[in-house]
Design a protein. Structure first.
Length: 132
């Protein structure tokens, strides 16, 4: 079901008709969620499905569901990837007009990121802090 979710996701990404895109992305979410429940003890699979669901909800512009999915990804992700999900959450919270949560997550991303990735994250934090 996870692979079927990928098929629907990529069909949605390739489609320009908004209604068709939404149908494909919703179908992707349904298939990813079904696959998630088929692998309850496989943390790697659960992690990948959380990320895929989050990406699909982002494509649907459903920020609250995308945030929930990425929070799930954060709780199951390998430690080396956690900074990426903190950055994603920071950007989603900024889009949702929640500056405090956005700053909280970007600071965490900076702390967790490898040294060569921190400068872009610091720039984003400064951008967030400069906004009213």
């Amino acid at each position: 079901r996870g692979l079927l979710g990928d098929v629907f996701y990529y069909k949605g990404a390739a489609t320009t008709n908004r209604q068709d895109r939404d149908i494909f992305f919703r179908s992707a979410v349904q298939n990813y969620e079904a696959a998630y429940y088929l692998a309850p003890s496989d943390l790697g699979a659960r992690y990948r499905y959380h990320v895929a669901v989050g990406r699909s909800f982002e494509a649907l512009h459903n920020l609250s569901e995308a945030i929930d999915a990425y929070q799930g990804a954060l709780s199951t992700s390998p430690p080396a990837d956690r900074w990426k999900h903190r950055e994603t959450l920071a950007r989603l919270y900024a889009s949702a007009k929640n500056k405090a949560k956005s700053i909280e997550h970007i600071i965490s991303a900076i702390e967790l990121a490898p040294a060569d990735k921190r400068s872009d994250l610091i720039k984003y934090r400064e951008e967030l802090l400069s906004k009213p």
